[in-house]
Write a protein that binds this ligand. Structure first.
Ligand code: ADP
Ligand code: ASP
Ligand code: MG
Length: 404
């Protein structure tokens, strides 16, 4: 069987852990063919980004990718050496050797094609193939990266093109939990999730999987397992709905928290058609993703619009709004960085009324004020004060019976 395994940064954080991973991989290679994707050691990527900012405030995208892609090359070669130490044949490949071809949107490049010839050749030679995650290469041979957490995407994409039997994502927790176990200590491991639930959880802040990787898995039907590199416990299987048999039991399958929301309120816009369009088109043009939006009337012929963006985009968003002043009438602009989003997610809520009511009363009982709300068929999100985020997550976890 051909298996794709991915080991995240914490699993290869130091030489000892790399040797442990090598032992695990060596043992598995006795019965299966393996392609192993690795992330950079520990927090190497963060350190490299910091280093760049010690040189310049505005590094070019191309040079940034040239820099931050190096972390994965280090871990790939070290794991290969460790496997040689286990008397196994192994070869490490960077993205240009593995032919992971992307467009040139540095920092968030999209995979266009993977030419699997080289990987297949190495497998046929009897090698365990170690691929540096997170990297890609353009047709002009420039190095790109696939967005933070992008080694997950490398693994899922390789599993898809190689038609691997299994894709296993190894990390520092035993699977996907009902909430981030660092925030809600009573969180429980989920046996299975469908793609849409995992997608909502990832995009609403469950950092255990990269959102783009889950999108890719859903689009290409790549079933995968999230499990621990430190224990042998079975993990969480993420696949299509018909393959998950215990889903009907779950009303809510998870709670997520996202401390990275910033809110902007534009006060005193004129209440006419086309105004909101102008504001949000200007933000979109600058690649700023807007999350929640609320519009309220502000007296005669005036309205206010509040919306949230990722905190890293706050300064950029505020300057975009300022540039609109010569096109439309704007009163004041207020921003707030101390916000967080807490969400409840589950396919079970589609057929069950009362989930929103239960969520709002739970937060009210704790004296937590809800600032903004957004819903979809399988999730409800509330923006609240950041200082109350953990308390909100713990209370909701218990209110929806997830502690049991
Ligand atoms: P890796 O380095 O292996 O990619 P990450 O740090 O990206 O690991 O992801 C694992 C972390 O995700 C866990 O340590 C955990 O704190 C966090 N996490 C957030 N939400 C969840 C969740 N619902 N279930 C499991 N882990 C979660
Ligand atoms: N090392 C990269 C990051 O920290 C990619 C990954 O870990 O998946 O974002
Ligand atoms: Mg990760």
């Amino acid at each position: 069987m051909l298996i794709v395994q991915k080991f995240g940064g914490s699993s290869v954080a130091n030489p000892e852990r790399i040797k442990n991973v090598a032992k695990r991989v060596a043992k598995r290679s006795e019965k299966d063919q393996l392609v192993v994707v690795v992330s950079a050691l520990g927090d190497t990527t963060d350190k490299l980004i910091e280093l760049a900012h010690q040189i310049t405030d505005l590094p070019s995208g191309r040079e940034m990718d040239m820099l931050i892609s190096t972390g994965e090359q280090i871990s790939a070669s070290l794991l290969s050496m460790a496997l040689h130490g286990e008397r196994k044949n192994a070869v490490s490949l960077c993205a240009s050797q593995a032919q992971i071809l992307t467009d040139s949107s540095y920092g968030k490049a999209r995979i266009q094609e993977i030419n699997t010839k080289r990987i297949e050749k190495e497998l046929q030679k009897g090698n365990i193939v170690i691929v540096a995650g997170f990297q890609g290469v353009t047709e002009d041979e420039d190095v790109t990266t696939l967005g933070r957490g992008g080694s997950d995407l490398t693994a899922i994409a390789l599993a898809a093109v190689l038609k691997a039997e299994r894709c296993e994502i190894y990390t520092d927790v035993e699977g996907v939990f009902t909430a981030d176990p660092r925030i809600v200590p009573s969180a429980k491991k989920l046996n299975s999730l469908i793609f849409d639930e995992m997608l909502e959880m990832a995009s609403l802040g469950a950092g255990v999987m990269q959102t783009r990787a889950v999108e890719f898995a859903k689009k290409h039907g790549v079933c995968f397992e999230v499990r621990s590199s430190l224990t042998e416990a079975p993990g969480t299987i993420i696949c299509k709905d018909k393959e998950v048999n215990d889903m009907e039991k779950l009303l809510v399958s998870g709670i997520t928290t996202d401390p990275n929301e910033a809110k902007i309120t534009v006060v005193g816009l004129s209440d006419q058609p086309g105004i909101a369009g102008k504001v949000f088109s200007a933000l979109a043009e600058k690649d700023i993703n807007v999350d929640m939006i609320i519009q309220s009337s502000a007296g005669e012929e005036k309205k206010n619009i509040s919306f949230t963006v990722d905190k890293v985009d706050l300064r950029k968003a505020l300057s975009v709004i300022e540039t609109l002043r010569d096109q439309i009438e704007i009163g004041s602009v207020i921003s707030d960085c101390d916000m967080a989003k807490v969400s409840v997610i589950g396919v079970g809520m589609m057929s069950q009324p009362g989930v929103a009511a239960k969520m709002f009363s739970c937060l009210a009982d704790k004296g937590i004020n809800i600032d903004m709300i957004s819903t979809s068929e399988i999730k409800i999100s509330c923006v609240i004060e950041k200082a109350k985020m953990e308390e909100a997550a713990v209370s909701l976890h218990s209110a929806f019976g997830l502690d049991k």
